[in-house]
Write a protein that binds this ligand. Structure first.
Ligand code: GLU
Length: 471
């Protein structure tokens, strides 16, 4: 795929476009935009066969207007200084948009996990953590990593264990990383969180009568034709939740290929098929597409790129036929392609908003870790007892006995997963309304991406101004 500009330039171009709609001083805008620190490291990996390999890795801390800084760690051969800096910047804006009180950070290790054994990946992760620790780039109050492309709960558990073994024993050590397995202090709902957030965001956008009319679509997710690029954690869960809400998933892709079925693909069965055959192609009843990138050009209502950056570029944008694009990945649409899509009235839900569900639930995990108590532990039974008393009073007053399937769900107190999902839903709805409002204030002359950037810039600017740094 052609790349129009460096990833950081793309992000900064979007920033500048939005900054023009604010009245902050050039100095303050520059401080918000630049990346505060980047740490580049190389370290040796002893391979299983005894040979030595030099591994390159980075961690960028884009903004410390709030601490800790927060952002995932990705394992990919595309990792570079430019990429981690751009992704760290997106984290700053993302956290501001969803009111998560963190600055932005991002880490990356330049490896393809397919080329390493589990033991080698463990050695890479532990050594990377050690390098971060040596330079103060990991700490519950300074910089808190999380999963990203190519990493998951297992890597987070190794990070925690390494941190625990080298950090002087601290009460809050468990909050040094999020996205951990539940047994290691993780929070229920974190794995699904980014995909669930993508679903909540799209559902909110599709509930706007005015916008749906402009796009020539019905209100709601039900019946919408959806295409998802990438069946990793984010793509899989986004596709699954959209399907459960009545969307017809007509196209799915992964790095080895893409499939299409206008009647709709069963997301869970496709996932199973891929697990068993190690490939998405040749799914029974579906049509194989020639190239994996062809999935982006399928006719659909909503296209969800959930893989990597730079997927919709000037090279293929003219062939994109979706009415709406939901950026589940970070930076999947280049700024030039974004302009071209806007001219054609395609609605784009930007990454800085749409995929913020992951960091939102990471924030909940961090809060859980700092409070050392599971959400719901103190109040679930109390809530249940109160609800039961209210329902019994209703039964007494009306003389009617409620059936178990009515009584049970109403009486139930909220457990950790209920609370996490509810907090995520509240966050995604509020943030969408805030962005949509800014867009309307500009007479819909700007898109949602610029509106989201305006929201982010204003919030980060307020933090700086209230710190008294910029009188
Ligand atoms: N890697 C995710 C992102 O890009 C999550 C970050 C986090 O949970 O800190 O938003």
């Amino acid at each position: 795929m052609t790349v129009e500009a460096k990833f950081t330039d793309q992000v900064n171009r979007n920033f500048d476009k939005a900054a023009a709609y604010t009245n902050h001083s050039p100095g303050l805008l520059k401080q918000i935009k630049i990346c505060n620190s980047v740490y580049y490291m190389t370290f040796p990996l002893k391979r299983d066969d005894g040979s030595i390999e030099a591994i390159q890795a980075w961690r960028a801390e884009h903004s410390q207007h709030k601490t800790p800084v927060k952002g995932g760690i990705r394992y990919s051969m595309a990792v570079s200084e430019d990429e981690v800096m751009a992704l760290a910047a997106l984290m700053t804006y993302k956290c501001a948009i969803v009111d998560v009180p963190f600055g932005g950070g991002k880490g990356g290790v330049k490896v393809s996990r397919l080329n390493y054994s589990q033991a080698e990946l463990e050695r890479i992760t532990r050594r990377y953590t050690y390098e971060l620790f040596r330079k103060n780039f990991i700490d519950p109050g300074i910089d808190v990593p999380a999963p990203d492309y190519g990493t998951g709960p297992q890597e987070m558990a190794w990070i925690l264990d390494t941190y625990n073994s080298i950090a002087p024993s601290k009460l809050d050590s468990i909050a040094c990383v999020t996205g951990k397995p539940i047994s290691q202090g993780g929070v229920r709902g974190r794995i699904e969180a980014t995909g669930r957030g993508v679903f909540f965001g799209l559902r909110e956008a599709c509930s706007d009568r005015h916008d749906m009319k402009q796009l020539g679509m019905n209100v709601g997710i039900d019946g919408k034709k959806v295409v998802v690029q990438g069946l990793g954690n984010v793509g899989y869960h986004a596709a699954k939740f959209l399907q459960e809400a009545g969307a017809i998933v007509v196209g799915l892709s992964e790095r080895e290929g893409a499939i299409y079925d206008q009647k709709g693909l069963d997301v869970c069965k496709v996932f199973e098929h891929r697990r068993e055959t190690h490939s998405i192609v040749d799914y029974p009843g579906a049509q194989n597409l020639n190239a994996t990138g062809d999935v982006l050009e399928l006719e659909c209502d909503i296209l969800v790129p959930a893989a990597l950056e730079n997927q919709i570029t000037m090279a293929n944008v003219s062939r994109v036929r979706a009415k709406m694009i939901g950026e589940a990945a970070n930076g999947p649409v280049t700024s030039e392609a974004h302009e071209a899509l806007r001219k054609r009235n395609v609605m784009i839900l930007p990454d800085t908003y749409l995929n913020a569900g992951g960091v939102t639930v990471s924030y909940f995990e961090w809060l859980k870790n700092l409070s050392h108590v599971r959400f719901g532990r103190m109040d679930k039974r109390f809530e249940e007892a109160t609800n039961t008393k209210i329902l019994e009073a209703i039964e007494l007053a009306t003389g009617k006995k409620l059936t178990d399937n009515i009584f049970g769900p109403i009486a139930q107190g909220a457990d950790e997963e209920d609370l996490v999902n509810s907090g995520l839903e509240e966050t995604m709805i509020n943030a969408y309304r805030e962005i949509r409002e800014i867009k309307s204030q500009h007479g819909d002359e700007i898109g949602l991406r610029t509106a989201a950037f305006i929201v982010a810039i204003n919030k980060v600017a307020t933090s700086y101004l209230e710190l008294g740094i910029f009188p």
